[in-house]
Design a protein around this ligand. Structure first.
Ligand SMILES: Cc1ncc(CO)c(N)n1
Length: 220
């Protein structure tokens, strides 16, 4: 079994709680309160900044040029494109850039992002990618899961563009590349290492579910 499938299978309950979280269900059905989504978008701006640091760390932790260039392209995509798109998208939702810059980080944002960074600081490139996988690959799965639900509103919903963004070929391809990288780095691991990585993956998955919950609860 590939490393990614192994990690997911080992924490199936937590994984499903993340992918099928009430925030995601309401988003799909178009019933998510606007202020929950706005709170999520604001914190996601702060998340994306820390996520960029994680790609920077992946450059540092790479031991060959291929991995280094892959991390560089992740960092470039964040700084040149993704964060700018997110700022534009927040503006459409009535959140200005000045507001974004003044935001305090919610506890769930600190917990998740610093957990990912610590996985990279304390571990190697594979530890870092295992901690990043629930973000990158998870959102691609969430979009596919939503698209497969009969009660997902794909047109007349304020959340339809969000779903379409993560369903896009570009995002799905980025998630596939990340999955392939994990599977390449994760060949022939000894059982103890596999066990440690499963623990990391599960914690990162739980942190992602808490991030959704933070949105639902409007938590600071
Ligand atoms: C919290 C979170 N996880 C994953 C993604 C997808 O990149 C995102 N934008 N935000």
């Amino acid at each position: 079994m590939s490393l990614y499938d192994h990690l997911k299978t080992r924490c199936a309950d937590d994984w499903n709680a993340y992918i099928q979280h009430d925030f995601v269900r309401h988003l799909g059905q178009g019933t998510l309160p606007r202020e929950c989504f706005q709170h999520y978008l604001k914190q996601d701006y702060l998340f994306l900044i820390q996520f960029s640091r994680a790609w920077g760390l992946a450059v540092f932790k790479s031991e060959d040029l291929t991995s280094m260039r892959y991390a560089q392209s992740g960092l470039n995509a964040m700084l040149d494109t993704e964060i700018g798109l997110h700022v534009d998208y927040c503006r459409d939702w009535g959140i200005s850039e000045a507001q974004l810059q003044a935001l305090p980080e919610a506890s769930a944002t600190v917990a998740y992002t610093r957990y990912v960074l610590d996985a990279g600081f304390a571990g190697d490139l594979l530890d870092l990618h295992v901690a990043l996988a629930p973000c990158i690959i998870g959102y691609a799965e969430i979009a596919n899961w939503l698209a497969a639900q009969p009660d997902t509103v794909r047109e007349d919903s304020p959340y339809a563009p969000w779903i379409d963004m993560y369903l896009s070929d570009e995002y799905q391809q980025a998630a596939n590349t990340e999955r392939e990288l994990l599977d390449t780095l994760g060949q022939n691991l000894p059982p103890a290492r596999l066990e440690a990585l499963s623990k990391r993956f599960r914690t990162a998955t739980r942190m992602e579910a808490s991030f959704w919950q933070m949105g639902l609860d409007l938590a600071d």
